[in-house]
Design a protein around this ligand. Structure first.
Ligand code: F6P
Length: 359
């Protein structure tokens, strides 16, 4: 087998486990074939700009536990990929040119939904592409789980745990805003794992009256405090039937920093209890991956190496019903894995007393 030259990039929001996956791809590839890796800087930006570097085998050591990404990352919106902007650069042509210039046999892209859409575009343009699913949002279609998700669940759950003790001391309502604009997986898991009283998700529009009732019911049972986990993208019933533009206008007019501040304000006004907001933000994406994610990223990386060896391109690695496999990029690009409102996990949360703000 001739020596393979493999380009690798990380794109979109970072997450714990990216470096572990890079290491997994490289270590397994070194054992399976004669291969050289080219690290592309800062995601698709590096592929567009032609900024890359040949990596030595030693560059992959010490990565299992390291947070962030050694390759750097950036957000290059898919919707603009075919748009010629002020810099006059034809981005697709530039990416194809640099792929050729690097003499690549294939390109490995580690990323979330946007990354996969561009990976599919490049695949349709004739490049050999293999995807790896990362995101703390766990919303990539066709995979049971993405790496980065469980690390973020651990971090967000720890936030909920710590907020519990201070909420209890002060007898406050604490509203914790968890990352996740479109999908609520992280909020759902951290909410259940941390024992939240209310969980508000983008997929289940809420009625603030139900939330207030839950808080008041707890007060009537002499529970001094309440914990509300709100996904960044949560919306109420009225907003859920609005077009995005209208919803954004409504939010701008309300003038809250985010949905969590509105929820806190409404609860405080209705119950007279002091309500505070906690936004852990990018803290949820930082630091070392959990053991679960180290293992998952290694499994996914090793499977990608097998795909490279077999020249099985145009796919993205996935966990399918508990087994590592892959899906064609074309089948998953542009789709989002949402929390089904009638899923077992939501039913379990409800039957154990968690309010979702719906009926
Ligand atoms: O996609 C991961 C994610 O952390 C989302 O949960 C969040 O809405 C978004 O990225 C934040 O993006 P940025 O880091 O670009 O602000």
């Amino acid at each position: 087998m001739a020596k393979r030259r493999v380009g690798i990039l990380t794109s979109g929001g970072d997450c714990p486990g990216l470096n572990a996956a890079i290491r997994g791809v490289a270590y397994a590839s070194f054992n399976l074939m004669d291969v050289e890796f080219v690290g592309i800087n800062d995601g698709y930006k590096g592929l567009i700009d032609g900024t890359y570097h040949v990596m030595k085998p030693d560059d992959f050591s010490g990565l299992l536990t390291l947070g962030g990404t050694i390759l750097g990352t950036s957000r290059q919106p898919y919707r603009n990929m075919r748009v010629i902007e002020q810099d006059n650069v034809d981005k697709v042509a530039a990416m194809k040119k640099h792929y050729k210039e690097m003499k690549l046999d294939c390109l490995i892209t580690l990323g979330g939904n946007g990354t996969h859409k561009t990976a599919n575009l490049l695949s349709e343009e004739g490049l050999n592409v293999i995807g790896l699913p990362k995101t703390i949002d766990n919303d990539i279609y066709g995979t049971d789980v993405t790496f980065g998700f469980h690390s973020a669940v651990d971090i967000a759950t720890d936030v909920v745990d710590r907020i519990h003790t201070t909420a209890n001391s002060h007898g406050r309502v604490m509203v914790i805003e968890v990352m996740g604009n479109k999908a609520g997986w992280l909020t759902l898991y951290a909410g259940i794992g941390g024992g939240a009283d209310v969980i508000l998700l983008p997929e289940i529009p809420y009625d603030i009256e139900r939330v207030i009732e839950t808080v008041e019911k707890r007060t009537s049972k002499k529970r001094k405090f309440s914990i509300i986990c709100v996904a960044e993208g949560a919306m109420d019933l009225e907003e859920s039937v609005m077009k995005k533009k209208k919803r954004m206008e409504k939010r701008a007019a309300e003038n809250y920093a985010s949905v969590s501040y509105r929820v806190a304000d409404q609860i405080q006004k209705a119950t007279g209890m002091e309500a505070r907001v906690v936004v852990p933000g990018h803290y949820q994406r930082g630091g070392s991956p959990s053991a679960y994610d180290r293992v998952l990223a290694t499994q996914f990386g090793a499977y990608a190496a097998k795909l490279i060896k077999d020249e099985n391109y145009g796919n993205t690695v996935a966990m399918i019903d508990g087994k590592v496999g892959c899906n064609p990029l074309i089948d998953i690009a542009g789709k989002t894995k949402f929390v089904p409102a009638d899923s077992e996990i939501v039913k379990t949360a409800k039957v154990t007393g968690i309010c979702f703000g719906d009926k």
